[in-house]
Design a protein. Sequence first.
Length: 186
Amino acid sequence: MNNTMADKEPVNAGSSSVLEGEMCPFCNKKTLTLREAERDVPYFGILYIFSMDCYNEECNYHKADVEVAESHGPVKYTVEIDSEEDMKIRVVKSSTASIKIPHLGSIESGDASNGYITNVEGVLNRIKKQVEEIRDAAEDKAEQKKAKNVIKKITKIIWGQEKIKMILEDPNGNSAIISEKAQKSK
Ligand SMILES: [Zn+2]
């Protein structure tokens, strides 16, 4: 059998470095751990992953981001999701990227937004968690019912029983949906 590109491990482990006991910019204690890792992502290139974690329990500051070695300029990716297999499609999201799924939900960019590498299922699970929080905080029955329906829909999508469109936009070009099915535009 031929060894196709799809059979390869999608993300290779690269080098990484850790700095412990750094000054936290929020609580000003030396409880911050800085991590930097390098990954080579096929069809995308070299990625740097940065994270800051404060181990002061009263602070718990966390920030993570991804950056590409070469800037690609603003990008927009659109992909149709219609099978269980599509859950594995890799998604690189920087803190400046937003992900939208029409009629379902979104992950917005912003100061509180983190960068990460995940897959379509990971994005859906993050949106599901947001909707679960809305459901639990809902004061009226109608709002609660609406949230419950969205959760049901997400579960069906994860099982490959419903079609959706996922749109990722990043003004800094540090993000991607890595799939032959994904359409890239500026
Ligand atoms: Zn702190």
